[in-house]
Design a protein around this ligand. Structure first.
Ligand SMILES: Cc1cc2nc3c(=O)[nH]c(=O)nc-3n(C[C@H](O)[C@H](O)[C@H](O)COP(=O)(O)OP(=O)(O)OC[C@H]3O[C@@H](n4cnc5c(N)ncnc54)[C@H](O)[C@@H]3O)c2cc1C
Length: 400
């Protein structure tokens, strides 16, 4: 096995495979190594639809080997420690790998254990989450079997991937309850650590209206801190001005979005942003180059680019990173600039979707010449059928 690469990519998920494919299309001779421990590759955006009962979970996973570009070398294990001063990464098994340039894109860590009692009860007792391949099908079991009562949905205050996913499943659930005539006997609540539903004012306003139509109770600035699956109780810490108070509520079903951070091996490395509790990789948010190490770049969920942790953001970032990395290799100035674009395709009901696209200033940046604050069936079909196809056939091949 080779132990030195021109470009070493950490993580072969959405970002890593897209970048490797795009680099090799531009310069086929590049020597690229990809450190990736998983045999499987997941199309995670589909898990909302899995939880809603309209997508087969087995269609959201494929073999990683089918997407590693044939010219690249797959190092099938996890990266463990970084020595960026000496351009060296050590893997979990203790193998040292050196590089000329490195791209860090190993995704996000789900901190299930940060909520007391959650790991023990997740996947049973009505406690579900679309944030896991194994548990997302159970979300639909909870929704389908709900006969009225208390349905509780949560979102932490901290940055998470796909910040709208906790709401998307709530609207699908409420629509399902309405279609089965159990909504009127239900108490649907959204406990979110955020001060609003989405940071873009126009979309926030539209979502407040949609929540009102379903009769959803919104409890802002509230963080889930404990779950008791046996007694079906969830405890929240709610911030009210200067004070914090705890409240415990009963639930019949509980959908949890866990707290998230950079993976521990990034958080504890020289690559992390100093003083950042979540430990994101310290990059320049515009050119995606590391702020200390010029031969290191980062993109995707692990990069410190703000509240942009989506596949849609990766789609915008990948060509910018590729062009800037190639500029550094050729000793040229970096011209690619990322504007913080991200997108939230919000499933507001079955067959209805609001496609919110925006930049880091919260300005709407719609791809289509349509009012993005309106729910549309065309967007539902795009997300249900168009995007999964695009992901497997174009995005991971570097051609979109
Ligand atoms: C429920 C849900 C709904 C979502 N909905 C949407 C949506 O509608 N639209 C949208 O745009 N995005 C959505 N997303 C977010 C999207 O899936 C992510 O933002 C995207 O996958 C980020 O790509 P990434 O490459 O940074 O991370 P990932 O695709 O997660 O890839 C990270 C890779 O790093 C690997 N890795 C882990 N540890 C190591 C290690 N030690 N060494 C090397 N590699 C390692 C992992 O195995 C993985 O392959 C959703 C996500 C979820 C969970």
């Amino acid at each position: 096995m080779k132990s030195h690469f021109q470009i070493l990519i950490i993580g072969g998920g959405n970002a890593g495979i897209s970048v490797a494919a795009q680099l090799l299309l531009k310069k086929p001779g590049l020597e690229i190594g990809i450190i990736e421990p998983s045999e499987k590759h997941y199309y995670q955006p589909a898990w909302t639809l899995v939880g809603g009962g309209v997508f087969d979970i087995n269609k959201s996973v494929r073999n990683e080997t089918d997407f590693i570009p044939t010219q690249a070398t797959w190092i099938k294990e996890g990266a463990d420690t970084f020595d960026p001063e000496n351009n060296k990464v050590t893997t979990i098994s203790g193998q040292d790998i050196t590089y000329d340039y490195m791209v860090v894109c190993c995704g996000i860590q789900l901190n299930w254990g940060a909520i007391k009692g959650l790991p023990e009860t997740l996947g049973k007792n009505g406690v579900c989450s679309n944030y896991s391949f194994d548990i997302a099908p159970y979300t639909y079991q909870c929704i389908k079997n709900f006969k009225g009562g208390k349905a509780v949905f949560t979102q932490p205050a901290s940055l998470i991937k796909c910040g709208a996913a906790p709401q998307k499943i709530m609207y699908l659930a409420a629509d399902n309850f309405r279609n089965r005539s159990v909504l009127s006997q239900s108490d649907v609540s959204f406990y979110t650590g955020k001060p609003g539903l989405l940071r873009v004012p126009e979309i926030n306003k539209a979502l407040l209206e949609i929540s009102k139509k379903y009769g959803i109770n919104l409890i802002f600035q509230s963080n889930l801190i404990e779950v008791n699956g046996e007694t079906k109780e969830a405890t929240f810490e709610i911030t009210k001005g200067e004070t914090k108070e705890q409240t415990t509520v009963q639930f019949d079903m509980l959908h949890v979005a866990p707290q998230m951070s950079a993976p521990d091996f990034i958080k504890n490395s020289a690559l992390a942003t100093e003083g950042d509790a979540q430990g994101w990789v310290d990059v320049n948010g515009e050119n995606l180059q590391h702020n200390k190490y010029n031969n290191v770049f980062s993109l995707g969920d692990v990069a410190n680019t703000g509240d942009t942790k989506t596949g849609a953001a990766v789609h915008k970032q990948a060509p910018i990173l590729v062009s800037n990395l190639m500029a550094v290799m050729d000793d040229k100035p970096l011209t690619g600039s990322y504007d913080g674009y991200t997108a939230c395709p919000i499933t507001t009901g079955y067959g209805k979707l609001m496609l919110a696209e925006f930049d880091h200033t919260n300005k709407l940046t719609p791809t289509f010449p349509l009012d993005p604050t309106k729910e549309r069936s065309s967007m539902w079909y795009l997300i249900r059928y168009g995007l999964p196809w695009l992901y497997w056939n174009k995005i991971l091949k570097g051609t979109s």
